[in-house]
Design a protein around this ligand. Structure first.
Ligand SMILES: [Zn+2]
Ligand SMILES: [Zn+2]
Length: 134
């Protein structure tokens, strides 16, 4: 089922400098938004995660997740290991433990020419590293 994003979602995306098309792409959707109208990629957010159409906390949280934000750019980048190092240096500078894990992962990717992983798998590994740290 396709839906249009509501005004609050559009405003939140605009404030974060993310276009609606970017947001669809970042969530692996084609030309049609398949999430909820509040901007959450979950197609049933309103009524489950929150009550009203304008008080979604998923969208702002996803937009502020540094890995989520970095994901789109880095996936397009040729030098993924370099992009990951930049992520560690900038976004994660206050989180020593995670930063070290991410830098180790970047070294592994550099040493093994991507370790045979697709970009989506690399992003998934990074999410797993981050899980439990935030
Ligand atoms: Zn949600
Ligand atoms: Zn929501």
């Amino acid at each position: 089922m396709s839906r249009k994003l509501n005004g609050t979602a559009r405003e939140t995306l605009r404030a974060a400098g993310v276009s609606v098309a970017d947001w669809r792409e970042r969530n692996h959707m084609g030309d049609t938004w398949m999430g909820d109208v509040c901007g959450c990629p979950d197609d049933r957010c309103i009524g489950l995660h929150h009550e009203g159409p304008d008080d979604c906390e998923c969208l702002p949280a996803l937009l502020s997740d540094p890995i989520e934000q970095w994901n789109n750019d880095a996936i397009e980048a040729l030098h993924v290991d370099t992009a990951i190092k930049e992520l560690a240096e900038h976004a994660l500078q206050d989180c020593t433990e995670l930063r070290t894990s991410v830098l180790d992962f970047a070294d592994l990717l550099a040493a093994t020419d991507g370790a045979g992983l697709t970009h989506a798998e690399i992003a998934g590994r990074l999410r797993n590293l981050a899980r439990g740290q935030w």
